[in-house]
Design a protein around this ligand. Structure first.
Ligand code: GDP
Ligand code: GDP
Length: 436
């Protein structure tokens, strides 16, 4: 299912990030725990009256050294390119400014629905301040207050009216959708070309997807695949394309549409912080993950090199211990053929369902081997476990008190489940739920 996308645009200080945070709420993310990553989320999911959507804070896209007006123009362009509905945010306390008019000028060019919101209307007496904003030409302005959380329901109602209808899946359930993510120049486009040129690959016409994404559907040995368009592969030559935030945004959107994410690393350069951050996004999204070390032709090797590189990856990506690693070269095509079987395996495991009785045998054996932890004199009791979802496999364990299931014991159970069922390539989720 493809979620609709809302983008917030507007000049600095009108309250874009305040509104964004209000709408998405607080969420703990591993990516933000990685050192060197600031609290700079600009893309997240939200929910309003049974509508799931994604939202972009375009204010967080920093376009290098461009002058102020050019920055906000570019941000409005991103909104036009990426969103289904645009929220044009202004500041009621300051009235219409020249910068608001600049944003409006860019937005006139699109047919996409635009909702004009006037922020910082912190109490009903201030409502009169919205009338100036009719002059921007986007119809009735909606008064809101980000800091007081007022009017956000009306705002989201207005946005939801414009969400695209339908909501059916883009591709059939049994098509394997995968994307390649990684820093610029790791070889993503070369790899896509190498995969598509493999013998017997039949590339079908590009499907008319809702968002004119540049996906590459193909069939190999009877299995249908779609390579999902990714930042850095689609090269349109727009100014904002080369900014880091925009490439993260594109990567997140590709991840979301994928079953399997290939995290591509450049063997020549080794692993850097940004690789970890990118890999973190794939893990958090609950997608199957394969680590691809590209440019394996370009380095000096002996019989230990691969093992050493693998260890380095394991040390850096602790949270991706389930991800298989493939070493290859897009340039020489060496070992390219090893990739698809691994993608197939990861995809299969991502949607694997296990039998409840077998699962419970495994859990009970685990508990017999390593007794459940105690806390303040209370012992965790596990009654029963069941798999509640696939993609990724998700388990609920019914216990006496969920807080007693500490991270380390959960990790132990996860490892037992993995040993028993072999969920290679996919994250699995475990939730504890109380049962009296
Ligand atoms: P952005 O640059 O558009 O992302 O704006 P921010 O979200 O960073 O907000 C700019 C400033 O306006 C901050 O100091 C916020 O606390 C303040 N602000 C945001 N929303 C409101 C509001 O509804 N009322 C008032 N009075 N201040 C607000
Ligand atoms: P992207 O930005 O991740 O899509 O990377 P590209 O596919 O554009 O590749 C970046 C550069 O790396 C190009 O000059 C490629 O020719 C080169 N390259 C890609 N794959 C390989 C490889 O396997 N080995 C070597 N030696 N160079 C490669």
């Amino acid at each position: 299912m493809v979620k609709p996308v809302i983008a917030i645009v507007g000049r600095p200080n009108v309250g874009k990030s305040t509104i964004f945070n209000r709408i998405v709420g607080e969420r703990i993310s591993i990516v933000e725990d990685i050192p060197g990553v600031t609290r700079d989320r600009i893309y997240s999911s939200g929910e309003w009256l049974n509508h799931d959507f994604n939202i972009i804070d375009t204010g967080g896209i920093d376009i290098g050294d461009e002058p102020f007006l050019e920055q906000i123009r570019q941000q409005a362009e991103v909104a036009i390119d990426e969103a289904d509905v645009i929220i044009f945010l202004t500041n009621g306390r300051e009235g219409v400014t020249a910068a608001d008019e600049e944003v409006a000028k860019i937005l006139y060019k699109t047919k996409k629905p635009i909702i004009l919101a006037v922020n910082k209307i912190d109490n009903p007496e201030m409502r009169d301040m919205i009338y100036d904003f009719y002059a921007l030409g986007f119809g009735e302005p909606i008064p809101i207050s980000g800091s007081h959380g007022l009017g956000l329901g009306d705002l989201l109602d207005a946005a939801a009216k414009h969400f695209p209808k339908g909501g059916e899946a883009e591709y059939d359930e049994d098509v394997i959708k995968f994307s390649l993510i990684g820093r610029p120049n790791v070889g993503k486009s070369s790899l896509v070309n190498a995969i598509l040129r493999e013998d017997r690959v039949i590339v079908s016409n590009i499907a008319g997807t809702t968002r004119d994404a540049i996906d590459s559907p193909y069939t190999y040995e009877g299995q249908e695949y779609v390579i999902i368009d990714t930042a850095g592969i689609r090269k349109k030559g727009k100014v904002y394309e080369s900014t880091e935030k925009y490439s993260v945004l594109r990567a997140l959107r590709a991840i979301e549409r994928s079953d399997v994410v290939l995290v591509v690393i450049n063997a020549e350069e080794g692993i850097i912080e940004q690789d970890k951050k990118i890999a973190g996004y794939a893990h958090e999204a609950g997608r199957a993950v394969v680590i691809v070390v590209n440019k394996w032709d370009a380095i000096e090797k002996d019989e230990k090199t691969m093992k050493e590189f693998e260890q380095k990856i394991r040390d850096h990506f602790l949270f991706l211990d389930y991800a298989p690693i493939v070493f290859l070269s897009a340039k020489t095509k060496k070992r390219i053929h090893t990739l698809l079987p691994v993608i197939n395996l990861a995809s299969e495991n991502h949607s694997m369902r296990v039998e409840t009785s077998v699962l419970n045998d495994i859990i009970m054996d685990a508990v017999a081997m390593n007794p459940t932890p105690t806390d303040k004199g209370k012992r965790l009791k596990i009654y029963y476990a069941t798999q509640v979802a696939v993609k990724p496999p998700t388990f609920v364990i019914f216990v006496n008190e969920p807080e007693l299931l500490h991270f380390s014991y959960e990790r132990f159970l996860e490892n037992r489940i993995r040993d028993a069922f072999g969920f290679e390539g996919t994250p699995i989720k475990i939730y504890a739920r109380e049962r009296k």
